[in-house]
Design a protein around this ligand. Structure first.
Ligand code: TRP
Ligand code: SF4
Length: 327
């Protein structure tokens, strides 16, 4: 039996390079070694702003087209939708009985969300976000949860919830470990961290006529106002992308050209595009095949959710027995 891995992503729609290099690429690799469960956290998408609820189905299909295009495969992993496994909600309810409110109030993402979104009266669901996440995870008893560093407090809480439950009702849940993803720095076109909400993202689905101008207008080292001004690749966001996509030889050529003003930024960006376009083009081609058949995507998710549900049901039977809810 292979160790199990579980992770989830909120359905925000099309996947950008930051999501891909920060998470999905790693999920794909984990498929080789682990029994992987990956899900669409559509309930979590409602916790901060439910006014966009109607977009969730379309966003789910768009995101799945990207998942499949980069190599997540229903033959190798269980790909499913949170709300199609309602046992997550039942476990969340039972956890809510044993977890103090104060544990949730001190989770850093809670305060951050309130500040960032300027929420006057945060919902019960927002407070419960990390507890729902604990239920998402523990219900599958995974060994590892691959996440970015921002999610570490949630994994720590998950472990505390497991201990608290086990102490109260008996040893049901093993404590999973976070599996931290080595994330390269992926800047957006304006030099800030790539994010959908900043409007600076490069999407896996961008066709060349969108991708090329995004790169050509991307922020560079501001010291290079004129072609004759030398620059510093180490502070240039374009060069961060070179580090990910361009092999060392041509990349070093660009670095030297930059420092000596031997090349212009547009030359440098052309070299980047030469190495960025083939891998992105290949993903985009595969993506188009999937997005043409949304019905097949939905079928994959329905099948995966049935498989996930069998595991979730077995855990819930154990949980109900442990708590004493069986008649
Ligand atoms: N909170 C995670 C995020 O924003 C998404 C998520 C929900 C998740 N449930 C999970 C991740 C369970 C890992 C495991 O990225
Ligand atoms: Fe950035 Fe390249 Fe321009 Fe240097 S030459 S500032 S690395 S884009």
């Amino acid at each position: 039996m292979r160790d199990r891995v579980l992770s989830g992503m909120r359905p925000t729609g099309k996947v950008h390079l930051g999501n891909y290099l920060g998470a999905l690429d790693n999920w794909v690799k984990l498929q080789e070694e682990y029994d992987c469960f990956y899900f669409v956290a559509n309930w979590h998408a409602l916790t901060d702003d439910y006014s966009h609820a109607a977009e969730i189905p379309e966003n789910t299909v768009e995101m799945m087209a990207d998942w499949l295009a980069v190599g997540l495969s229903p033959e190798r992993s269980t790909l499913f939708v949170q709300s199609l496994v309602p046992e997550h909600a039942e476990l969340h309810l039972l956890f809510s009985m044993v977890v103090p409110v104060a544990w949730l109030e001190r989770v850093p993402t809670y305060k951050e969300q309130i500040d960032q979104l300027g929420l006057q009266s945060p919902s019960y669901g927002l407070l419960g976000y990390p507890l729902l996440q604990a239920a998402d995870i523990l219900i599958y008893k995974p060994r590892y949860v691959p996440v970015g560093a921002d999610q570490l407090p949630h994994i720590e809480l998950t472990r505390e919830v497991a201990r608290r439950f086990n102490n109260a009702f008996g040893p049901v849940f093993p404590e999973p470990d976070a599996k931290l993803t080595e994330i390269p720095k992926v800047p957006g076109t304006d030099g800030r961290k790539m994010s959908k909400s900043y409007g600076n993202a490069i999407y896996l689905s961008d066709p060349p006529e969108v991708l090329i101008p995004k790169i050509k207008t991307m922020i560079t080292d501001p010291a290079r106002k004129r072609r004759s001004d030398p620059g510093n690749p180490e502070i240039c966001p374009v060069f961060d992308l070179h580090k990910i996509f361009t092999p060392e030889g041509p990349r070093e050529g660009c670095a030297v050209g930059c420092r000596t003003a031997g090349i212009g930024c547009l030359d440098c960006k052309d070299v980047l595009l030469e190495h960025l376009r083939p891998p992105l083009g290949a993903i985009r081609e595969r993506r188009q095949k999937f997005i043409e058949k949304p019905q097949e995507i939905i079928e994959i998710l329905n099948e995966g959710s049935k498989k996930a549900r069998m595991v979730a049901r077995a855990t819930l039977e154990e949980v109900r027995r442990a708590v004493g809810l069986e008649l």
